[in-house]
Design a protein around this ligand. Structure first.
Ligand code: PEP
Ligand code: MN
Length: 343
């Protein structure tokens, strides 16, 4: 539920409400706006009546959150969550683009790609060090060696780095190296992993599961928020359907839908979302037009020779064109004042 305090409620009144909620077993999140204070309380709704919050001095009203996701919902927090990573902002209306290869293959290739994408306007670098591959015989990633190469690329380019963590025990290691920790589609409902990344102080990029409904996806985000980490970036990356001409069906309707339901930023991954290089540009532009908060795109210096996901990887040259088009669409759909927006 959300407790809205009256305009001009005193600090003592706010403290009294906070204490009553805590005593009744609620977890309380205080948000002090310019005009009024709001207390978000998560816990057993049955206890609400017993603690008679509405009767306390300074309380304007109490609103129950009916959705199963609470902290992730717009009712809980009306303004957009903005997550700052390096010089990039997710959720402020800009379109930071995360770019890089599917997997870190070796030092030289990764550093070259990092410089190529930086030059073309990428705001962050991506790369997989621990790879969730369908076949145990496919390249599984370089592990910590890959993380070291990524950290070196960050030192050289100044761009923050994003990589996936696949299991609970690797969370401290991955969090030590990277700026955003990714939970991949296959792990979206690995609830123990979600609780673990909920304990760290790094933003989490939470991909939508291969067969997850929007509600299941938001409930996964709720696990992270409830564990204490409020920096969650959602990523639509396509879902499984009967269609076989694309790798997945990119559900762009989820972008405006989730942004209505939740205050969290939503980015789009057209690479895994389509599996096809030639669809990445049109889907990226559509994603920008429907209000996404960023993009994550696979780029490889030589896609034909990539160790994973070559068919959905752009060359640096393709990436340059994409960035120009993204900029143009962003300008076209913004209600003016696009100047200075980071894309
Ligand atoms: C990835 O981004 O490298 C990846 C494996 O993505 P997903 O979890 O969306 O398949
Ligand atoms: Mn990939």
């Amino acid at each position: 539920m959300v407790v809205v305090m009256k305009k001009g409620a005193t600090p003592e009144q706010i403290k009294a409400v906070n204490e009553r909620l805590l005593k009744s077993g609620f977890n309380v999140h205080l948000s002090e706006g310019v005009n009024r204070t709001i207390l978000g309380a998560v816990g057993d709704q049955q206890r609400l009546e017993a603690c008679s919050i509405e009767a306390l001095p300074g309380v304007e009203n109490v609103v129950a959150i009916l959705k199963p996701f609470k902290m992730a919902s717009r009712e809980f927090k009306n303004e957009n969550t903005v997550i700052k990573v390096g010089n990039a902002f997710f959720g402020d209306g800009s379109i930071p683009v995360i770019a890089g290869p599917c997997a870190v293959e070796n030092r030289e290739r990764f550093l070259t790609t990092a410089l190529e994408v930086k030059e073309r306007g990428a705001a962050l670098l991506r790369g997989g060090a621990f790879k969730p591959r369908t076949s145990p015989y496919s390249f599984q990633g370089l592990g910590e060696e890959g993380l070291k190469i990524m950290a070196e690329a960050r030192d050289i380019t100044g761009l923050p780095i994003v990589t996936e963590v696949m299991d609970q025990k690797s969370v401290p290691l991955v969090a030590e190296y990277v700026d955003i920790v990714q939970v991949g589609a296959r792990n979206m409902q690995n609830f123990y992993l979600l609780k673990e990344v909920g304990k760290i102080n790094k933003p989490i990029l939470l991909k939508r599961g291969l067969a997850a409904t929007v509600e299941e996806w938001l409930m996964a985000a709720e696990y992270i928020l409830d564990s204490g980490n409020e920096q969650v970036i959602l990523c639509e990356r396509g879902i499984r359907t009967f269609e076989t001409y694309t790798r997945n069906t990119l559900d762009l309707s989820a972008v405006p839908l989730v942004k209505q339901l939740s205050h969290l930023p939503v980015i789009v991954d057209p690479s895994h979302g389509t599996g096809k290089r030639e669809l990445i540009s049109p889907m990226s532009l559509a994603a920008v037009a429907c209000g996404c908060d960023g993009l994550i795109v696979e780029v490889h210096t030589n896609p034909a020779d990539a160790w994973s996901d070559g068919p959905q990887s752009l060359t640096p040259h393709d990436f340059e064109l994409l960035m120009k088009q993204v900029h143009a669409v962003k300008m076209a759909v913004s209600d003016g004042g696009c100047e200075g927006l980071q894309i």
